[in-house]
Design a protein around this ligand. Structure first.
Ligand code: ZN
Ligand code: ZN
Length: 238
């Protein structure tokens, strides 16, 4: 029969003998309180009960609680580490001991520093870049932030530029279209460049992206094999 506790049933909302049934994630919870009548009425008898470890129980209780470091002083003014929550209540001694003991086990793990570094780097990348739909271990180069534009020469204004790739001198008198690229800050790249054609724009854009990948050591984060095709497609839509 398992453990029951008198709690509000999450289904019928009445105070009842309830069981904690395991759920994937329900409003931030890992379980729902369900009363015995609801369990038989909804046929939930086969859903396992939530049986957390001591550590999981602690995390469940604390995970929405801010833990802010604070300094406690003894009579001689010596400093000691304490923790306060968002309401500035100090964390109880038994909880401090539990945290200290568990953390000591954690810091002894092999490869912990590397694991934390990788995790945090990934978190940073997830915040900045979209996942690559063709390979979810990788991210998409934000090609839109290269600000590539297809432009038409205006006939009444005479000016020219040198193509940033093939060095051909292009004049507005020749008419037709040309391309410009003004990468945003994220690419840490200087002035606007201009290109005579889609092909030359592709070479310039790819150079900028490859330099950015190598400056930031992003080789494992972006799929460079697909870059050429993706830049071509991106320029076609410019
Ligand atoms: Zn119920
Ligand atoms: Zn060119």
């Amino acid at each position: 029969m398992g453990n029951t506790e008198v709690e509000v049933c999450d289904i019928c909302l009445s105070m009842q003998d309830t069981k904690r049934l395991q759920v994937k994630r329900y409003r931030g919870q890992r379980y729902r309180n369900v009363c015995l009548p609801c369990i038989s009425e909804k046929g939930l008898e086969n859903i396992p009960e939530y049986n957390p470890t001591k550590l999981q129980e602690f995390v469940d209780e604390m995970e929405w609680d801010a833990i802010v470091p604070t300094i406690l002083y003894d009579d001689n003014g010596k400093e000691y580490l304490g923790f306060a929550n968002g309401q500035t209540n100090l964390l109880a001694k038994d909880k401090m001991r539990f945290i200290a003991e568990e953390l000591l086990k954690t810091v002894e793990l092999n490869g912990l520093a590397e694991f934390i570094e990788n995790h945090n780097e990934k978190t940073y990348m997830i915040a900045l870049y979209s996942r690559d739909p063709e390979n979810t271990d990788k991210f998409l180069v934000p090609l839109d932030r290269l600000n590539i534009k297809r432009k038409q020469f205006k006939k009444n204004k005479v000016w020219g530029f040198t193509c940033g790739n093939c060095s051909t001198k292009i004049s507005s008198k020749d008419g037709g279209e040309y391309f410009s690229i003004s990468p945003s800050q994220i690419f840490n790249y200087g002035p606007t460049e201009r290109a005579c054609s889609e092909g030359c724009m592709k070479v310039i854009a790819k150079d900028i992206v490859m330099e950015w990948i190598s400056d930031n050591d992003y080789h494992d984060d972006f799929d460079t094999d697909k870059l050429g095709r993706r830049i071509t497609e991106h320029i076609k839509q410019a």
